[in-house]
Design a protein around this ligand. Structure first.
Ligand SMILES: [Fe+2]
Length: 356
């Protein structure tokens, strides 16, 4: 993708990772100072045989981990990864996230082994920048994405460096986040309620029976309580679950305290979902806590317009995006780097794996 000759002098961190990886690959930094580290094969075997590509990952595991810490994300293009099974194989040196996606806010099904669909969110939806599963007490350390089929238009997975984000936010916002954490609320309707206006698919207000793939309330409770959630069955048989979690997390390897929550991602706003849609949603749910997904400070106070805009400006400033090509693989440190998804046209097929 990149012609390194046209770039300015390589950054110190790029020079540093070059000394860790051998000469079998070409490394570049498409967005200087930002993620990801871009990796392309020089050794033809890596482009031709999945066994060679997988062995390269195993042999370079220490370098990969070091690069993840400095770049926050790695991107492989041109390696011999052409099918979901090969994606799984390529990263088989990593330990799968034991809890999988149960309790997640995005509905997805398994593709093969530990590989899952990235999301079923409609093609016109702009998935706002987030850190995966930050609304749950246990989160994956790493997140890998694989492009099985690229969209015709759009469908990029934008990413953003989360280092320094907390410090860039208004002091009042930082203080509230530290003092109260974030409350995540999710509402599921009851499939058995007749003529429920929330069943209109445009509200994305799923029934708990659909979401948890069971009609057994005890099973839903077991799963959610195990994940640290509070569970409340409402009079009409609908379900409300909520959790209060810290707004920051300490990185397990560097010890840095990082912004780590989804108060921004879960706030629906005209700037992220459009005037028309927000007007319709606000009219349908006069109380924001009744929406399918809602987040507030831990004391129940919603994110103010001013704080949202500060967050939005900062996220936009940090965002980088590039088009997927079939066979591309991206590995993200889930605390250092946030991701989203741009709307698209065509048959996009992006798959995901989570790691401890
Ligand atoms: Fe995600």
């Amino acid at each position: 993708m990149l012609n390194t000759e046209t770039m300015e002098k390589d950054s110190a961190r790029l020079e540093q990772v070059r000394s860790l990886f051998g000469s079998d690959v070409r490394l570049s930094e498409p967005f200087p100072g930002r993620p990801p580290l871009w990796i392309e094969p020089v050794e033809p075997e890596l482009a031709q045989h999945i066994d060679a590509a997988t062995a390269w990952v195993v042999n370079n595991r220490a370098a990969i981990e070091a690069a993840l810490l400095s770049f926050g994300a790695l991107f492989w293009r041109g390696f011999a990864v052409h099918r979901p099974e090969e994606f799984e194989r390529f990263l088989s040196d990593f330990t799968p996230f034991s809890q999988g996606y149960v309790g997640g806010t995005s509905h997805r099904k398994a593709v093969t082994g530990k590989v899952m669909e990235a999301t079923r969110a409609d093609d016109h939806i702009n998935i706002i920048m987030h850190q995966e599963m930050a609304y749950l007490p246990n989160t994956p350390r790493l997140l890998a994405l694989y492009c099985n089929k690229a969209a015709e238009v759009g469908g990029e997975t934008p990413i953003a460096d989360m280092r320094g984000l907390m410090e860039a936010l208004p002091q009042g916002f930082q203080d509230k986040l530290k003092a109260h954490g974030v409350r995540y609320i999710r509402n599921f309707r009851n499939e058995d309620t007749l003529n429920d206006w929330r069943a209109d698919p445009s509200f994305n207000h799923h029934s708990w029976q659909y979401w948890f793939e069971t009609t057994d309330r005890a099973e839903v409770e077991r799963v959610m309580i195990e994940r640290g959630s509070n569970v409340q069955w409402n009079e009409d048989g609908s379900l409300t679950i909520w959790t209060v979690l810290p707004g920051t997390a300490v990185h397990p390897k560097t010890g840095e305290t990082l912004f780590f929550n989804q108060i921004y991602a879960m706030r629906q706003h005209r700037l992220t979902i459009g005037e028309e849609k927000i007007a319709r949603i606000d009219a349908a749910y006069p109380n924001y806590l009744d929406k399918p997904n809602a987040a507030a400070f831990g004391n129940g106070e919603p994110l103010s317009e001013e704080d949202f805009l500060a967050m939005h400006t900062e996220m936009e400033r940090r965002e980088v995006a590039f088009c997927w090509e079939p066979g591309d693989v991206m590995l993200l440190d889930n605390k250092l780097t946030a991701h989203g998804r741009h709307p698209y046209k065509g048959q996009r097929d992006t798959q995901v794996m989570l790691f401890e």
